[in-house]
Design a protein around this ligand. Structure first.
Ligand SMILES: Cc1cc2nc3c(=O)[nH]c(=O)nc-3n(C[C@H](O)[C@H](O)[C@H](O)COP(=O)(O)OP(=O)(O)OC[C@H]3O[C@@H](n4cnc5c(N)ncnc54)[C@H](O)[C@@H]3O)c2cc1C
Length: 480
């Protein structure tokens, strides 16, 4: 397998992790510039900090491959308890960062690959599963971060990959060699490039030429990453920390377009090739695992949103206003309903033939679908409560200015001894958590709402439900 040659020993601490990124020198384009000092560049530091938190906060699991203690983000779920621990930890760590920690898509892709490679081997006598287990052992031993690249740029959505005017709108194989394959194409929205070691790339369409799953180090020659803009991103380049909102951690995962320009992948890093009859199973395994998370990670972020909103309520002297209390109760209800969904699909998880456990598909889809609505509603209520200052707040530079700063401190002071600076910090945090980029992540991350509705309708067993109703309604069908 293509090991990352600059990583020579297991990464024990967050500092080891940061150093490993420096050594890898992955380049990312942003604002028309090629940036090569990614982990030390102000645009990326907050995103790297969020991943580094996963090295700081203890989240151990026992590897079923080696028996050793590993980071849970590199674990293949062996029980319902593992599924539950996954989402409990996501809520906790998102309470600490209020920002995407960028590791779940990778973890979910790894689990999906484990489950599906086993089944492909059973049918076709291939050896993908053993190959993949070796790869997992490497990730676990060196404690590496993997991200998941599924979403192609897709061009004309009404057409299949091989019907597109430009074949490179989906990642595909352009050459087969004795020692591997050469791939070309582009993936969109890739979360976590700035903080990752490995990327696992997989298809979502059931088209034979395009059915491939592989992994490679993120700094593999031939891949170009272009960073996406986010709400208020240039604030990360300014002095001061108030206006950034969440100076340490940013908000979403720092997504990139990834262009694969004739990238060579050795066979030992290919985990599926041409077995397109398994594409559907792969997508479902990944989607269920990924949708399982959303109530937990967004629940953790909603906890912080609630906290900041409550701070503003206190600053505004409105803790006893009945409509405000009602709105806060609604926010609590949605936050806990989101989390309940993540817990429910985990507790209803089941064992697959590979031995790995997966979340319940229906409940995972319901969880993600709730997220696409509740996050917007949570933000709407917070905006209602916080008032117009959320949109019209002056800058930190004004607060620090010797002439106008004292005027602002007096004018914006809150009730209950809450200072203007404290109010500004809370409002900027709300602004950061509830901004456009974060909302869109809740809508489209892990698939747009329609993709959940399709699965809900497929799995709802409506004919069976009709039979229940017919029996109780006394409708007897002629059995002739
Ligand atoms: C912040 C963020 C992080 C993400 N991180 C990752 C990641 O790490 N890895 C990854 O692989 N992906 C990631 N995604 C991608 C995510 O899964 C996609 O955004 C999502 O699947 C929607 O795809 P799209 O953005 O191309 O939207 P589109 O496909 O353009 O969808 C737009 C609308 O068109 C509809 N539509 C699309 N195709 C059809 C069709 N054929 N027929 C009818 N209607 C259609 C959709 O239902 C939707 O309503 C991320 C997305 C976001 C926003």
């Amino acid at each position: 397998m293509a090991k990352i040659m600059t990583i020579k020993k297991p990464l024990g601490t967050a500092n080891d992790y940061r150093q490993s990124l420096r050594d890898m020198k992955t380049a990312i384009w942003a604002f028309g510039e090629k940036i090569t000092n990614v982990p030390d560049h102000p645009l990326f530091i907050p995103h790297v900090n969020a991943v580094a938190k996963t090295y700081e906060v203890n989240n151990p699991a026992t590897s079923h491959l080696t028996g050793k203690t590993i980071n849970r983000f590199n674990h293949i779920h062996q029980s319902v308890d593992d599924l539950v621990k996954k989402v409990k930890f996501l809520r906790t760590i998102n309470q600490l960062t209020a920002c995407c920690i960028q590791r779940c898509a990778g973890q979910d892709a790894l689990n999906a690959t484990y489950v599906v490679t086993y089944e492909i081997d059973q049918k076709y006598g291939t050896n993908y599963h053993e190959r993949f287990k070796k790869f997992m052992t490497y990730l676990q031993e060196y404690n590496l971060v993997t991200i998941g690249a599924m979403t192609d740029v897709k061009g004309d959505r009404s057409k299949k990959p091989n019907q597109q005017a430009d074949p490179d709108l989906f990642v595909h194989v352009v050459e087969e060699r004795k020692d591997g394959v050469v791939v070309r194409g582009a993936k969109a929205h890739l979360t976590g490039v700035s903080g990752a070691h490995q990327v696992i790339v997989f298809m979502r369409e059931d088209s034979k030429d395009y059915s491939i799953v592989f992994s490679c180090p993120v700094n593999t020659p031939g891949i170009t990453y272009i960073f996406g803009r986010q709400s208020n991103d240039t604030r990360k380049l300014e002095k001061g920390d108030i206006d950034k909102g969440n100076a340490e951690f940013a908000c979403v995962g720092g997504e990139c377009v990834a262009i694969f320009d004739n990238v060579f992948i050795p066979w030992e890093d290919v985990f599926m090739y041409k077995e397109y009859d398994f594409a559907g199973m792969f997508v479902e395994a990944f989607a269920s695992a990924h949708r399982q998370n959303y109530g937990a990670c967004k629940g953790g972020i909603a906890d912080v949103l609630l906290g900041a909103t409550y701070g503003i309520i206190k600053a505004n002297g409105l803790t006893n206003a009945s409509h405000i209390r009602d709105k806060v109760a609604d926010m609590i209800n949605m936050t806990e309903t989101l989390y309940a969904g993540s817990l429910a699909c985990s507790y209803e998880g089941h064992k697959t033939p590979s031995g790995a456990f997966v979340a319940d598909t229906m409940l995972a889809n319901i969880t993600k679908h709730n997220t696409t609505k509740f996050v917007y509603e949570l933000n709407r209520l917070s905006h209602d409560i916080c008032g117009g200052l959320l949109a019209t707040l002056p800058s930190e530079a004004d607060l620090r200015h010797p002439e106008i700063g004292p005027k602002l401190e007096k004018a914006l002071a809150g009730a209950a001894g809450i200072t203007a600076e404290e109010k500004m910090r809370l409002l900027r945090l709300v602004d950061n958590i509830s901004g456009g980029t974060a909302c869109v992540e809740a809508m489209h991350g892990a698939g747009p709402p329609q993709s959940q509705r399709i699965m809900m309708l497929r799995d709802a067993k409506l004919e069976g439900k009709l039979k229940l109703a017919e029996k109780l309604a006394g409708i007897k069908k002629d059995k002739k």
